[in-house]
Design a protein around this ligand. Structure first.
Ligand code: B12
Length: 213
């Protein structure tokens, strides 16, 4: 395990808002890619925070702080991602589902997709199905990415699938889901088109659709 990404992981676990920028910068200096830093440092650090929250060692204020620490790191990583080629792979509408306000994973997915030729329309968090479908209709986007982290909110995914049906768009749009509480089984159960475990999976899946696979 790389020592610098371990330091990023530790900084998130220790809620080190002041130190994170320097540590992420050190990883980039070493030649690590933003994707590697996200995967090995940031996501793993947040996993530790999540476990501590579950165990009662961390409280909601700590979760909020962990989110702030990650937000500090994101612009630094974004600035180092490829500006995105103009190959015009299509438009992806991204949203965290209704009832859920987790945004870090969605934002990472958005960064990686836009750095790889997709136009990303990010509708934000806690987005009702109807708004997602309005956006799909008005922009003509064929791809929808839904992020969900709360087990209690997974039905919001089905609502989007149903809304696509009601709008007569179900055959025209691909609905891809991801986020900590999702799985292939959930994807099948909710009637979505694909499940991706990581932001890199999101890219692979949308690349496949863009290529007509
Ligand atoms: C930070 C955090 C928060 C922050 C969010 C800050 C922010 N600005 O986003 C705040 C403080 C707001 C928060 C609030 C709550 N949280 Co919270 N939170 C977390 C924590 C620690 C990290 C989440 C995160 O950002 N992970 C890092 C990102 C990078 O991972 P990710 O989102 O999974 O995304 C990756 C992949 O899943 C994938 N991906 C994500 N989206 C998509 C989309 C597509 C299309 C694809 C293909 C892939 C993909 O790519 C990403 C990168 O690879 C998690 C613990 C955890 N391990 O997940 C708990 C966690 C998700 N929270 C939890 C809970 C319970 C809550 C609260 C209900 C707490 C409370 N009592 O109020 C509230 C809910 C509020 C609400 N209505 O949404 C639980 C959920 C349990 C469950 N299964 O339902 C968790 C798992 C903690 C725990 N272990 O108990 N939380």
């Amino acid at each position: 395990m790389n020592e610098s990404t371990m330091a990023v992981r530790r900084a998130i676990d220790e809620l080190d808002l002041d130190g994170i920028g320097m540590l992420v910068g050190a990883c980039l200096e070493e030649g690590l890619t933003p994707e590697e830093i996200i995967q090995e440092g940031i996501s793993k650090g947040l996993e530790i925070v999540g476990r501590k929250f579950e165990d009662g060692e961390y409280f909601l204020a700590d979760l909020i702080m962990a989110g702030e620490v990650v937000k500090e790191a994101m612009p630094i990583l974004k600035a180092r991602m490829n500006p995105g080629d103009s190959s015009g792979k299509g438009t992806v509408i991204l949203a965290t589902v209704a009832g859920d306000i987790h945004e870090i994973g969605k934002n990472i997915v958005g960064m990686i997709l836009s750095a790889n030729g997709f136009e990303v329309i990010d509708l934000g968090v806690d987005v009702p199905a109807i708004r997602i479908m309005d956006a799909a209709r008005t922009t003509g986007a064929r791809f929808i990415g839904l992020s969900a982290l709360l087990t209690t909110m997974v039905d919001s995914i089905r609502e989007v699938v149903d809304a696509a049906g009601a709008a007569g768009l179900r055959d025209q749009v691909k609905i891809v889901i991801g986020g900590a509480c999702t799985s292939q089984d959930l994807c099948t159960e909710m009637g979505a088109d694909a499940y991706g475990e990581t932001a890199i999976d999101a890219l692979r899946i949308f690349n496949g659709y863009a290529a007509g696979a």
